[in-house]
Structures are given as structure tokens and as C-alpha cells.
Design a protein around this ligand. Structure first.
Ligand SMILES: *Cc1c(COP(=O)(O)O)cnc(C)c1O
Length: 434
């Protein structure tokens, strides 16, 4: 059994190894489904931690990675370049707003955020007007490395490290009814003229429990930041690539961020990749005869050609009009049609479930649906309801991973109506049990 061999040698992420049940060994993925070593099939209702867009083992991405694999698996990215890196940068810049002009590669969401923070601080340093503060939302999640943890909300996960995290000005999430408070807090913070940047998850704060707020208020916050030359960093690691119904969540607003952090869906969920995109203005601040103005940052696997090839293939699948012919995996799958369909079905289910006595709140944006359950316990991630629900869903053959008392659905775009209905039905049944 793979599960037992695993237990001898592996330490899993976000897992209390003493009490965790044996991990489920997956031997095959296909479209929306995962298959374990006993042949049991699961619907992947959370896109394998929010990374998968077009389904597992999508034939077109498989083909593109294997073509690249036969040509060049990896090469140092300082002093060297390659076609997939250039093609992906070109493709991303086509989708990003017009103010974006350069792509900096790394290898995951946390590093994309680290790079963004370092770019922002060094931008001001290079201009010899150092600014030392960052604004972020309370309860934000930007990754698990130290810089990313520092700008994230302070909670039980970061507690052991709190003495080592740098100071950040945390403002309230501008959820409905709280917008004025957030505006006031932002204004106070930026009036000091010490703020280098404002980092935010646009419209949906994922790990916080799929907390949502409206585009209008985000636009307002960015407008205020721009008046004070505070750099705006959109962490679109989770929200990018169609997740919220538009290509980027910030496509819902008029003001444009200065820096974008991308990862997760960027390769369709096939390879590890992080991207930090920035404006020409930021890039220019690092151009100098003075070597000390260089951006000294890089990772061994920066711009890995296989990851870039996967990224290009995934962008091609997202292209409108569709580029990929049916016989190469484009069949019956038009991601933007599906994204719309998922949004509509989510909305219908929201209406159906929102008056259920155990349901405290239902939120939806694009392909993301979150159902917050009533609970007598504290509403943290460590809520015992969470474990009961998780186990029940797995038994029913559905991979759903509630965040505390918040059950959310965030499926690959290739999911069928009947699989979505199956997920909704199991969620409804779980309410009877909890
Ligand atoms: C997941 C996530 C990250 C971190 O990405 P990793 O690849 O897991 O390091 C950063 N920001 C947001 C908004 C995320 O959802």
C-alpha cells in the first residue's frame, strides 16, 4: 500500500501527523476525477488546492510539456533565455492590463509575493526615497515564506514566528457594511507617506474563508493609494486565470495595479511556477550604471521551460476564440462557456440553500462558491465540524476541504453539470448530518 509506505518517510503540509488519517494515494487523474490506489473515484471539487483549470492530465498540456521535454528540460535563466519563457511572458502581457510591461519568473505563489514585496521596497530604495511600510488586509493569505507570512493576517499558523515577522499595517477587509472603516484606515496609513505598497487579494480572500468584497470599494482603495504613489500589488495567485469569472479579478475594476502576483492556475495546475509582473515605471527604477540598483533575486528553477510550456498551453486553452481543435482536447470544452455555466449553477444552488437553518451565509463570485455554516464552536480552522465534513465528503467520493466552518466549491472549469449537481447534493446531505 502506498499510503503505508508514505507514512514511513513523508511529512505532509498543513497536517498534524500524529492524528491525521492515512493519506489517500492517487494513482491517476483524468479531467475532473482523481482515482486512488483502490480504484475509488473522487470528484476534485477544489481543483487540487486551487491550481487545476482544465482538468487533470489534460491531453493538450500533456502534449506540449512532452514536446518541450524532448527539447530542453531546464537551463539557467541568468544570461540565458528560451522560447517558452518568452512566449509565456508575451501571452501573459496580452492578458494583463496595458500598464504591465515586464515579467519576472519564480516558482510558486509565495515567491511571486516575496518578489513583489522586494521589488516594491527596492523601488523606493533605488529612488533614494525609502519607504518602509506595507499595507495589507487583516486575515489575508499571501503564502508561507517569511515575507509573505509578514503581510498575511496574524493567526494560529503564524504564531510561532510572530517575533520574526516585519511590521505591517493591517486594515479591515472591506466586506459589505464595513467599507467606510477600511477607507478611513487606509487614509490614515497612507498619509504618513511612508507606505511603499498596498498588497491585496482582489475581491476574494481565499484562505481567510473565501471572504468576498465588491469591486467598487477595491477601486476606491486603489485610487487613494495612487494619489499617494503607494504601489498597488494585486495577489492574483488564486483569483487569476478566470477563477472569478473574468480573466483577472482586477479586470472588474478600472484602476490598475502596479504589480501582479500569479501562480496556481498559471500552468493549468501542471507545474510549479510563479510570476511577478510589473510596470515599466517600476522596472526603470532598477536600471542604472550603479550595480547596487540591480534586483538581486532568483531561484534555481526560475522560468523552467517545462513549466513555461505548460503555461503557454494553458493560455492557449483559455484563448477566445478557441485555438485548440477538438481532437487535441478542445472537444466539448470551451472554458469561458463553462466558467459561465459554473457561475450560474452556483448561483442557483446559493438561492436553494441560503435559507437553510444551518447556513449562516452563502457567497459566490465566478467559479467560487462558499457556504458558511452555523456552528456553536469558535469559527476557526480547527473547528471540529470541519473534520467531520471533510471525512463525509471523502467517503462520498468528493474532494472538498472546508476552511473551518466554511465549505467551498472551486472546481476545474471542465466539470460537468451532473458532477456539479452531485457536489451540491452531497453538501446538502452533509447539512442533515452536521
Ligand atoms: C496559495 C496562495 C499563495 C501562495 O502560493 P503557494 O504557491 O502555495 O506558495 C499566495 N497568495 C494567495 C492569494 C494564495 O491563494
Amino acid at each position: 500500500m502506498l499510503s503505508q509506505r508514505d507514512q514511513q518517510v513523508i511529512w505532509h503540509p498543513f497536517t498534524q501527523m500524529q492524528t491525521a488519517s492515512l493519506p489517500i494515494a492517487i494513482v491517476k487523474g483524468e479531467g475532473t476525477y482523481l482515482f486512488d490506489e483502490n480504484g475509488k473515484k473522487y470528484i476534485d471539487a477544489i481543483s487540487s488546492w486551487w491550481v487545476n483549470l482544465h482538468g487533470h492530465a489534460h491531453p493538450y498540456i500533456v502534449e506540449k510539456i512532452s514536446e518541450q521535454l524532448k527539447k530542453l528540460e531546464h537551463v539557467i535563466f541568468a544570461g540565458f533565455t528560451h522560447e517558452p519563457a518568452i512566449a509565456l511572458a508575451e501571452g501573459l502581457l496580452k492578458q494583463l492590463p496595458g500598464n504591465q510591461s515586464k515579467i519576472f519568473y519564480s516558482d510558486n505563489g509565495s515567491t511571486a509575493v516575496e518578489v513583489a514585496i522586494k521589488m516594491a521596497f527596492q523601488y523606493w530604495y533605488n529612488k533614494e526615497k525609502p519607504r518602509t511600510k506595507i499595507i495589507a488586509f487583516k486575515d489575508a493569505y499571501h503564502g508561507d515564506t517569511f515575507g509573505a507570512m509578514s503581510v498575511g493576517g496574524r493567526n494560529a499558523f503564524s504564531a510561532p514566528f510572530s517575533p520574526f515577522l516585519f511590521d505591517v499595517i493591517h486594515i479591515d477587509i472591506p466586506v459589505k457594511g464595513k467599507e467606510k472603516e477600511t477607507i478611513a484606515q487606509l487614509k490614515t496609513a497612507i498619509n504618513t507617506n511612508e507606505v511603499a505598497a498596498f498588497i491585496f487579494e482582489p475581491l476574494v480572500l481565499g484562505s481567510a474563508g473565501m471572504i468576498m468584497y465588491e469591486p467598487e470599494i477595491l477601486n476606491e482603495l486603489l485610487k487613494l493609494c495612487k494619489q499617494k504613489n503607494v504601489l498597488c500589488i494585486a495577489d492574483e495567485v488564486m483569483t487569476g486565470f478566470g477563477r472569478t469569472g473574468k480573466f483577472f479579478a482586477t479586470d472588474y475594476i478600472e484602476e490598475k495595479p502596479d504589480i501582479f502576483c500569479l501562480s496556481k492556475g498559471i500552468t493549468g495546475g501542471f507545474m510549479a511556477m510563479g510570476v511577478t509582473a510589473c510596470t515599466q515605471e517600476i522596472y526603470n527604477a532598477f536600471l542604472s550604471d550603479d550595480k547596487m540598483k540591480t534586483f538581486f533575486h532568483g531561484h534555481s528553477y526560475t522560468a523552467n521551460p517545462l513549466a513555461c510550456a505548460a503555461g503557454v498551453a494553458s493560455l492557449e486553452l483559455l484563448a477566445t476564440p478557441p485555438l485548440i481543435p477538438p481532437q487535441r482536447g478542445g472537444k466539448c470544452y470551451e472554458p469561458w462557456e463553462n466558467i459561465k455555466m459554473i457561475g450560474l449553477l452556483h448561483k442557483n444552488f446559493e438561492l436553494e440553500i441560503k435559507n437553510h437553518p444551518l447556513v449562516k451565509d452563502v457567497r459566490q463570485r465566478g467559479t467560487i462558491l462558499a457556504i458558511e455554516l452555523e456552528t456553536s464552536e469558535n469559527t476557526s480552522y480547527f473547528n471540529s465540524l470541519r473534520d467531520k465534513l471533510y471525512t463525509y465528503y471523502i467517503e462520498q467520493g468528493i474532494l472538498l476541504r472546508p476552511l473551518g466552518n466554511i465549505v467551498y466549491v472551486l472546481p476545474p472549469y471542465c466539470i460537468s453539470k451532473s458532477d456539479l449537481n452531485c457536489i451540491y447534493k452531497v453538501i446538502e446531505q452533509s447539512l442533515l448530518k452536521s
